[in-house]
Design a protein around this ligand. Structure first.
Ligand SMILES: [Zn+2]
Length: 147
């Protein structure tokens, strides 16, 4: 994965003019992004032992089964930590400074790194997912304070 500021010739430029880094969608992560595009937060679940995990893995981190599927989750969690960026490490972020990056522990267990949007929130606050369709292919799950 590259976060360079100049897309390589092989990478298709996003149609919308979105100029921030985009995820590389692979066969392993495709389920996550397909659900996100439909405004559902989904996690990989082991159909043998029901372990809910993220990031996705070819086999279950608990029982090593390769029987994995994507299931929608609640979209709710707790704010574990957050930071505020005041410098644009990528030019596309320059107009959004400062922006917040957060660590969320989902009700179902997995930890997710995302963006914190909306009003101020404190560590321990309940948060819920919101969706930001940044291109035709990519919808980013972000989090805001719940309630
Ligand atoms: Zn398992």
């Amino acid at each position: 994965m590259s976060y360079g500021t100049t897309p390589s010739p092989q990478q298709a430029a996003p149609r919308s003019g979105y100029d921030k880094p985009l995820p590389e969608i692979t066969p392993l992560t495709k389920g996550f992004w397909d659900h996100a595009r439909a405004h559902r937060l989904a996690m990989q679940v082991c159909t043998r032992c029901d372990d809910v995990h993220f990031p996705p893995s070819p086999v279950c981190p608990k029982c090593l089964s390769d029987a994995q599927e994507w299931r929608p989750v609640s979209g709710r969690g707790r704010l574990e930590s957050w930071v505020e960026f005041h410098r644009a490490y990528w030019p596309g972020f320059a107009n959004e400074l400062p922006y917040r990056v957060c660590l969320v522990k989902l009700e179902e267990g997995p930890l997710l790194v995302s963006n914190l949007v909306g009003p101020e929130a404190e560590i321990g606050d309940g948060v819920e997912v919101v969706f930001d369709a940044v291109t035709d292919e990519v919808t980013l799950p972000k989090f805001k304070r719940a309630g």
